[in-house]
Structures are given as structure tokens and as C-alpha cells.
Design a protein around this ligand. Structure first.
Ligand code: SF4
Length: 439
């Protein structure tokens, strides 16, 4: 049995420079699915991550199964690949966030679709396939077997294409319910975690001083997180991962996190408006932003903060003030995205009901294009605002200010900021071209 895994490039791919591509981290879906394939079938694997590598598919031999995982902004490319390999006679399986949100659409392109976490259903699919009776659809979120304790086959990936820091997953899902987020649709609103011992053993086996955790909400279960950080501290590694701003409310958890070797966190601040937080059901507290950043800085932790534009409470003025607010709270690496109502999420349904969705081109769902009509300005103005705040936040002056404000993170922080400055320039160029075509 020969299996080809593909992660198609998404629409953002063309804005990336060689430097930002070099900051890519290794995705684990393909290595996990390979590891979960029962050995008795003697399967041979190949994995292509189009986000970092090019592949001449003409030169590849025949594959019995082609498994494609896609988010909304990469799904058109995914469908293109599905059609290409179907013509060659391969059996097409599709999964990932977009397929979970719109399985009926994906069924028109794939022989089998997998919704939710594919690691829970992959084995069953392979067994059914080997028997010659694969089903049209498998639903991972409703399957309660938990994640099997396997070590992902990382060797399948071209390691040199990624940052030299191994990625690890310890837990899944999120107990929050942000209106725009796809996590809860994907995990069926459930949160679960691997056995601490299994995660620790996997990290040991990686023999690396640094780890990047991919867990979307690692502190959702605080009791688990505390035990996990205690165990992690013994390994004396350094790590980075995601974190919610409410960490500020649990000093014990924060201390354990630091003691376990945390050196970088990505936090979704999203907005400086209480109205926007309410609209999106985001449980942030604006009055804690500066305090939580200061708390991390005091321990030498670098903060990558994400911000979203286009909520109903946003005005042009409020958005243009964001670079100053960001400087005030002290985020080291700010990232902006346009609010993107992914299909079938509560945000999408709300805006569609109001007749405000304007794009059905999934390539536009890349956080750079406005796919809906905002409340207080036009869609094009929203894209212009993205360009304006990105320009303002990534002036050399502001970058240098950020670099010296928090002395930790050093050259890497400076490099990442400069990388995003180049990325923003490419985004601006593409958007400007669109605007002139529309005019
Ligand atoms: S906290 Fe993060 S992962 Fe959880 S629902 Fe909100 S945006 Fe999604």
C-alpha cells in the first residue's frame, strides 16, 4: 500500500519570503497519520508540505491513497490536487478544518472525507480500505478512543525546510468558545489531553533543548497544565507555545509555566474594545493586557500577539490607534489579521443571515482579504486599514523600539519583526493590485 500525504499551499504562501518560509514549523498531521497506519499493511509513505517545498507530481509514481489535509484558504488547491490524482487512479481522502466545516462540498472532490481529528479514525479507514470497503465519511470528533500513544513519523518530513525546533502536541481542543474560531467545530467542542508521561517520553526521545508546542489552548485544563509543567521542568528544556491572557489570573500556573522552561508565547489579544470582545465571546480582559505582558517580560519571555480587524465595534479611528496601544502594552511581535468568518462558524452564520458575506472564493479566506461587509466602513477600507496598521507597526523605528524594550529574544525577535515587515509589503502590493482592478 503506497500512501501520499499532501498539505496544499494556502493563499498566504505567495506573500512569504525565503526568510519567513524558513520560520515555518513542522506540521504533525501527516507524521501522525503515517505512524497510525497499522504495520501489517507494510505501507510506504511520502509527505509533501507545499508550504515549504515544491514537488513535480508528474515524476511521482502511483499512490494507492492520496490523503490531503486543507484549511479554507488552501482547499481550492487541495481540490485541484484531488482531481489530478483521481485521474491517475488514486483513492482520494480529504480532511482538515475546511473539510470538517463543509464535508458535503469536499465529498464532491474526494472518495472519502474525514471530519474532525483524523488521528482517531485513520486506522479504521485503512482497515476498511484494505478490505475494499472504505466508507464515504468518517467523523473523528464523535469518536472517543482518544489519541493512540504513537510517536509521529517526523522523518517523513524534510526537516531542513523547518525551524530546527521539533513540534509536539500535548492536548487538543479548547474550553473557550470564541465565535470566529474553528477549533470547536473541529474538535466537536471537546477538550482532551494526552497522558503526561507519554508526552514527556516523546520529548525525551527528540533529544532537543527546544520544543514548540502546537496545542491551541494548553491551559484550558489548569489542573492538567500544572501537572504537565511540573513534569516538564525536570527535562530542563526551553519551549514556546500558545497561551491565553487569563494566565494572569493564576499565579501558580504562571510560575510553573516559567519554571518548566517557557521562553515564548503566542497570545490572541485580538482587540482593544470591550464591545468586540463581547461580540466574539472572547474571554480576554483588556485591563490585564499590559500586566500580563509585563509579567512575562519580567521572566524573559517573548510575546507574539495577534490582533484582528473588522469587528462590528471597530471604527477607522479605533483601528488606527492600535499600533500605539500595542506599543503601550509592549507586545514584542505583533500580527494583524482581518476577521475571517470561516464557513459554518457562528460568525459566518451571523453575518450570512444579515446578508453581509460577499465572497465565496475560499482563496480569499486568508485573513488578508475582507470576505464580508464590515459595519462601520467598506470591505476595501478594511483591507486598507490592515495595510495602514501593518505599515505603522512595522516601521523601522517601532521595530527597534520593540527590540530594545524587552532585551530577551534578541536577534531572533528582530529578525522575525523584519521578516513580517517584508511580508506586509508583499500583502500591500497584492491588495493594491486588487483594488485597482475593482476600481
Ligand atoms: S481561546 Fe483560542 S483556541 Fe480557544 S476558542 Fe478562542 S481563539 Fe479558539
Amino acid at each position: 500500500m503506497k500512501i501520499l500525504f499532501i498539505t496544499p499551499y494556502d493563499n498566504n504562501y505567495r506573500y512569504k519570503s525565503a526568510f519567513t518560509k524558513s520560520l515555518s514549523y513542522m506540521p504533525l498531521t501527516m507524521p501522525y497519520l503515517a505512524a497510525l497506519t497499522p504495520e501489517e499493511y507494510g505501507a510506504q509513505f511520502k509527505a509533501i508540505d507545499e508550504g515549504v517545498q515544491k514537488c513535480n507530481y508528474e515524476k511521482l509514481g502511483f499512490y494507492d491513497i492520496v490523503a490531503i489535509t486543507a484549511v479554507t484558504s488552501s482547499v481550492k488547491r487541495g481540490y485541484e490536487l484531488a482531481a489530478y490524482f483521481k485521474k491517475k487512479g488514486s483513492y482520494i481522502v480529504m480532511g482538515g478544518h475546511h473539510v470538517t466545516l463543509l464535508p458535503e462540498e469536499a465529498m464532491q472532490h474526494a472518495d472519502t472525507v474525514m471530519t474532525g481529528p483524523a488521528d482517531r479514525i485513520w486506522r479504521t479507514f485503512i482497515e476498511d480500505f484494505a478490505k475494499g470497503a472504505p466508507k464515504k465519511r468518517y467523523d473523528g470528533a464523535h469518536c472517543d478512543i482518544g489519541t493512540a500513544n504513537v510517536i509521529p513519523k517526523r522523518d517523513l518530513m524534510q526537516k531542513s525546510k523547518y525551524i530546527g525546533v521539533p513540534t509536539v502536541i500535548a492536548n487538543f481542543g479548547c474550553t473557550n468558545n470564541c465565535e470566529f474560531c474553528v477549533i470547536n467545530s473541529f474538535w466537536g467542542g471537546k477538550y482532551s489531553a494526552r497522558k503526561i508521561e507519554d508526552v514527556i517520553n516523546e520529548i525525551r526521545s527528540l533529544n532537543s533543548k527546544y520544543i514548540l508546542f502546537l496545542d491551541p489552548s494548553p491551559t484550558s485544563n489548569r489542573a492538567y497544565a500544572k501537572e504537565f509543567y511540573k513534569a516538564l521542568a525536570d527535562l530542563k528544556i526551553k519551549w514556546a507555545g500558545l497561551c491565553t491572557t487569563d494566565i494572569y489570573e493564576d499565579k501558580e500556573l504562571f510560575d510553573l509555566m516559567i519554571q518548566s522552561g517557557c521562553i515564548g508565547v503566542l497570545m490572541g489579544f485580538e482587540t482593544f474594545s470591550a464591545e468586540n470582545l463581547k461580540e466574539s465571546h472572547k474571554r480576554n480582559k483588556i485591563e490585564q493586557y499590559k500586566a500580563v505582558v509585563d509579567q512575562f517580560h519580567q521572566k524573559g519571555v517573548t510575546i507574539l500577539g495577534t490582533f484582528m480587524l473588522g469587528f462590528d465595534g471597530d471604527t477607522k479611528e479605533s483601528i488606527l490607534k492600535m499600533p500605539d496601544y500595542i506599543e503601550e502594552i509592549g507586545v514584542d511581535i505583533p500580527r494583524f489579521a482581518i476577521l475571517t468568518p470561516y464557513p459554518n462558524t457562528p460568525t459566518y452564520r451571523r453575518l450570512a443571515l444579515d446578508g453581509r458575506m460577499i465572497s465565496k472564493d475560499w482563496n480569499d479566506y486568508d485573513s488578508i482579504h475582507a470576505t464580508f461587509v464590515p459595519k462601520n466602513f467598506t470591505s476595501q477600507e478594511l483591507e486598507e486599514l490592515l495595510v495602514s496598521v501593518s505599515n505603522e507597526c512595522y516601521t523601522v523605528k517601532r521595530i527597534l523600539k520593540r527590540a530594545v524594550k524587552n532585551k530577551y529574544g534578541g536577534l531572533l525577535k528582530l529578525g522575525v519583526n523584519l521578516g513580517f515587515r517584508i511580508y506586509n509589503k508583499k500583502v500591500k502590493k497584492t491588495l493594491k493590485k486588487n483594488w485597482s482592478t475593482r476600481a
